[in-house]
Ligand binder design. Structure first.
Ligand SMILES: C[S@@+](CC[C@H](N)C(=O)[O-])C[C@H]1O[C@@H](n2cnc3c(N)ncnc32)[C@H](O)[C@@H]1O
Length: 285
């Protein structure tokens, strides 16, 4: 048995609570090596494409793991296709939207592409990560970027946004935080506006190779939050991994928004996408 398959098998039998102790050091070492490699590739890419600006290797690694600059940028473009398809599923065209919030924007993977693709749309990005927000504020023309607290409220008015995008944010929060943020995002969403958020659905359970025991717990509870320690020292301690079922989303998230569409593997053919809408109260426009 190779070391790689030994490790994979070990993961399947170990309870998640042991992950932070056993795997966090391995992840830290992998992260350091990967960032060094990415930096070397970035230097070559910058020489060949001096006019293209992109976030540094460490900022990129923090949101999407090991990736080249070109891969990061093309991922953002593909995400705008996925977002357009999600909106289309509820009959909304991105070209008709005026104001958008990228909640948990990181270092602008979506914002770089979306601000170019839909110039009529005024984007705001917000994140708890001050360094990532600073990159967006300094490099994205026409986008306003703000740091938000780890719990609500957001510094925005009621109904300020027609669209809220959350790419891989609810994939990392426990139920209490998810509920608090769903209520807050509903507050800042305009009546009739759309909240598009990604979650770790069945394709992710498969790719992440969760054990049968974990699979049973996801299916029984509908939402499973596990502490993996993979992001120790990179993200706050409350930032771990959450898995959702479609049934849970349809029952539980409908307390906050009308669930208008659920697109399995709608984000990058990997995470599922949920499209929620804030109802328009009768008599109000
Ligand atoms: C996996 S990264 C994805 C970043 C970005 N959406 C993208 O697709 O590149 C998750 C991001 O969510 C942010 N985040 C997590 N919880 C948050 C919260 N409560 N408020 C704002 N940002 C949050 C993290 O700081 C991180 O930048």
């Amino acid at each position: 048995m190779s070391l790689r398959s030994f490790k994979a098998n070990l993961r399947k039998v170990l309870p998640y609570r042991l992950y932070p102790v056993l795997f966090a050091p391995i992840h830290r070492r992998h992260r350091r090596r990967a960032i060094r490699q990415m930096e070397a590739e970035d230097a070559r890419y910058r020489e060949e494409h001096p006019a293209i600006s992109f976030p540094d290797a460490e900022l990129r690694f923090n949101v999407c793991g090991e990736c080249t600059a070109a891969g990061f940028l093309s991922d953002g473009r593909r995400t705008t296709d996925d977002l357009a398809a999600a909106l289309n599923a509820v009959g909304v065209k991105p070209e008709s939207i005026q104001t958008g919030l990228d909640f948990g924007c990181g270092c602008g993977r979506l914002l770089i592409a979306a601000s170019q693709r839909w110039p009529q749309l005024r984007w705001t990005g917000s994140d708890v990560d001050a360094r990532a927000v600073q990159w967006c504020a300094e490099h994205l023309a026409g986008v306003s970027a703000v740091v938000n607290g780890h719990m609500p409220p957001l510094p925005f008015r009621d109904g300020e946004f027609d669209l809220i995008w959350c790419g891989s944010v609810f994939t990392h929060l426990d139920e209490g935080r998810q509920d608090a943020w769903l209520a807050e995002l509903r507050r800042v969403l305009a009546p009739g506006g759309c909240l598009v958020a990604s979650v770790h659905g069945p394709k992710c359970w498969e790719v992440l190779d969760v054990s049968d025991r974990v699979l049973r717990r996801i299916q029984e509870k509908g939402l499973l939050f596990v502490r993996t320690g993979f992001d120790e020292g990179v993200h706050p301690d409350w930032y771990q991994v959450a898995f959702h079922t479609q049934e849970y989303i349809e029952q539980h998230w409908s307390r906050f928004v009308e669930v208008g569409a659920y697109l399995p593997t709608g984000l990058g053919e990997y995470q599922d996408l949920v499209v929620g809408r804030k109802p328009i109260e009768p008599g109000k426009h």
